[in-house]
Design a protein around this ligand. Structure first.
Ligand code: GUN
Length: 298
């Protein structure tokens, strides 16, 4: 069988960011302000520092104001909640993102619950989870929404497709399953207790792997021609030729690419979509706050 098509998430995300830039410029014209995203980072987790820096840079490039709040790991719950409440009231702030994980001792659920649901561009608030569950308009978590965009771009209509989502997290697996269900796919959520996981995955026309286990999904689990979306970003231990350790997904890419019809690479697949969708959600929030209709084509 021919090698799978590579689904180029980087190129799709670049295009989306360019469209967001155009819409953000039009928003500035109409309202005399830029859409604004506040990003809160507590503590000094190395990976989180990289993500937060990348989010700020992407905002600036798209014409979105970025307000960074870096707080020490010793920050108390009360201090963090006070900041979130201030951002809730700030008319320059359309979106609020509190970078997770929080340092030990801070209650993530309490902090997320304090965010105004209409500024919750991560889509983590229970109000937004509930809106997604019952089919109301709200914010959808960025990574699964980015996966859905890639799937629709590649496959068009998803009606009747068998989809298997591996992983049941609140951030990826559960919202992904809901989005696929809303798109008329037939959805199975598989997880660590699923029996005969390879057999379950072999039924799928669409596989979304979001487990955080390097190269767990093997080539012989994939139905020939299936579309494979790999959400995992795992760093392998360092080797002599890769002193920083190689980045791999949750799917054994080389094997899977010999069987699948299409597959996202790691890096360059789902990863770049997450920040692009965050910018999109911020732009949508800004339009809602300004009383403008939602921007089209995003
Ligand atoms: N940590 C890793 N990914 C994310 C994300 O999408 N949002 C937030 N807030 N924290 C994260």
């Amino acid at each position: 069988m021919a090698q799978a098509v590579r689904i180029d998430g980087k190129a799709f995300a670049d295009g989306l960011r360019a469209r967001i830039g155009v819409a953000a410029a039009a928003f500035l014209q109409q309202t005399a302000r830029r859409p604004g995203l506040a990003v809160v980072l507590v503590g000094d987790d190395a990976a989180s520092q990289v993500y937060v820096g990348a989010k700020a840079k992407a905002c600036e490039e798209a014409g979105i104001a970025s307000f960074e709040h870096r707080l020490p790991a010793t920050t108390s719950s009360a201090e963090l909640l006070t900041l979130v409440e201030r951002l809730n009231r700030d008319p320059e702030v359309d979106g609020i993102l509190v970078q997770l994980p929080l340092p030990q001792g801070l209650d993530e659920q309490a902090v997320i619950a304090a965010i105004d649901p209409d500024k919750d561009v991560d889509g983590f608030h229970v109000i937004n989870a509930g809106r997604l569950a019952v089919g109301q308009t709200g914010f959808v978590p960025c990574t699964p929404l980015g996966c859905l965009m890639l799937l629709k771009d590649h496959l068009g209509d998803l009606s009747g497709q068998e989809a298997v989502v591996i992983g049941r997290s609140n951030i990826v697996g559960k919202p992904m399953a809901q989005l696929l269900t809303d798109a008329n796919a037939t959805v199975t959520i598989a997880h660590s207790r699923t029996k005969n996981l390879p057999e379950v995955v072999r039924r799928a026309d669409i596989v979304v792997a979001a487990v955080g286990r390097p190269e767990m999904v093997r080539g012989d689990w994939i139905k020939p021609g299936a579309t494979v979306i790999d959400v995992g970003i795992n760093r392998l231990p360092p080797t002599d030729d890769k002193p920083k350790g190689r980045l791999v997904g949750d799917v054994a890419f080389g094997e899977a690419a010999e069987v699948a019809g299409a597959i996202t690479p790691v890096p360059g697949g789902v990863g770049p979509m997450t920040i692009a969708v965050l910018l999109r959600n911020t732009l949508v929030a800004a339009h809602a706050h300004a009383g403008l209709p939602a921007p089209e084509g995003l």
